[in-house]
Write a protein of this length. Sequence first.
Length: 421
Amino acid sequence: MVSLALMTIGGSGMYAITVVLPRIQQEFGVGRSEASFPYSVTLVGFGLGGILMGRLADRFGVMVPVLVGGVALGCGFLLAGSAHSLWQFNLAQALLIGLLGSSATFAPLVADTSQWFSRRRGIALAICMSGNYLAGAVWPPIAQHMVGLWGWREAYAAIGYFCFASILPLAWVLKRRAPVLLAAVGAAAPAAPAAGAQGLAARAAVSERPLNLNPSLLTGLLSVAGLSCCVAMAMPQVHIVAYCSDLGFGATEGAQMLSLMLGAGIVSRLVSGWISDRLGGLITLLIGSLLQLLALTLFLPFKGLVPLYVISGLFGLFQGGIVPCYALIVREYFLPQQAGARVGTVLMATLFGMALGGWMSGAIFDLTGSYRAAFLNGIAFNLLNAAVVVFLLRRAWLLALAHPGDGSRLGAIVECFNRKT
């Protein structure tokens, strides 16, 4: 619950900027694209910071990066709120709020949570990573209320002080390192994981060749899968408000659909966590990818108001559990002491996918004058994601067939299938 709270608070760095964007545009006298740039650099900093903070967590424990993140977020909001030019504001957003701040309350917490659980790791990760969606639900109205009362500069200062007051005390709760990581660090050589560990880690960690692949290659494939699924995911999430406006329904209805997506996404993460505890990360990822593909396809023929509400809710239910699967897969197939850096790398790819997908969909709309081609582009990237996951799942399945009693989820499924046949 502490990780959930920290992720929700740290998410303020990503969502507060969306509220003050019109005020930034007005105060600094810039266009909409220039006013949107602080969000882009924050997201890029957030992604890159995941690797940095993940490595810091691997070496010193998760408390250290969270403490750094709390200080950076507080200072970032205070400095951004007192910026006298747009470049100063961008610098505070990119370096302090994105790179060193919010990133410290995402990838390191995900990796640390994965170290504490074995049988219920999937649902634990789902609860932790729900903080990202919860932040999207709670921070925009809070920030908007403060901006309306005091102005955007005072609102930023208030959020900064709140980050100081809340994140730093909560970080001390995370002082104790996970037992599995302590054992791995203290051992002279990496020991084989217990038979009950999820995934095929029981053999893959010993050989240091997960799925009989070079670890860097597997990380790269997971990063490609994460980027491509989030390019597809970004199309409705980033552009649903504009899409509804183009269809003549108005921005209010689009905002309601976005809220419905995010709310359903929390449910999706919890359900997917429950499923992944039983089927493993790769199978759950494939299910989510195929269902997201179905929801994206449904946007093409249906353009009525009620169908769009229904499809938006379905899209949230289908896609919300996808990203936590990547953290679970990393924990299943890689050595525990590598979890922070590799989770940070793969989650960075998902964030870059969201940034790329949002921009790409807008660029396609500018070229074609319609969102139809943008939806088709999202479908194409979703198919790429499914292809990568099928490739990895096939390798995992073949290994499970060769070693059905290895203690993995797939191994247990294969063993059960063999008994029935």
